[in-house]
Ligand binder design. Structure first.
Ligand SMILES: [Zn+2]
Length: 89
């Protein structure tokens, strides 16, 4: 499957860009002003799902605490992996 470096998603009625790029200091981030989610381009499989889920949760629920966002991202990624949806792994 070809890796798309940029895509667009809707979170509710808000249009967000999602991009993969090299981020040296952390795995991903979410810019509320720019409506931009970034994930490090070295992430794959469950780690990538976790980071994308994590940043999407921040994008929609920016004021919930970091531990809750971490817990949800990890749980979503595990559930996706458990369903066998990460075929490249
Ligand atoms: Zn976070």
């Amino acid at each position: 499957m070809a890796k798309r470096r940029r895509s667009t998603i809707y979170i509710g009625d808000k249009r967000w860009k999602v991009t993969r790029c090299r981020i040296r200091t952390h795995r991903g981030d979410c810019d509320i002003e720019k409506k931009l989610i970034r994930a490090d381009d070295r992430l794959t499989g469950e780690d990538l799902v976790e980071v994308l889920a994590h940043e999407i949760i921040h994008a929609r629920l920016w004021d919930i605490d970091e531990q809750a966002v971490l817990d949800l991202g990890i749980a979503i990624a595990r559930a996706v992996a458990n369903e066998g949806l990460l075929k490249e792994e």
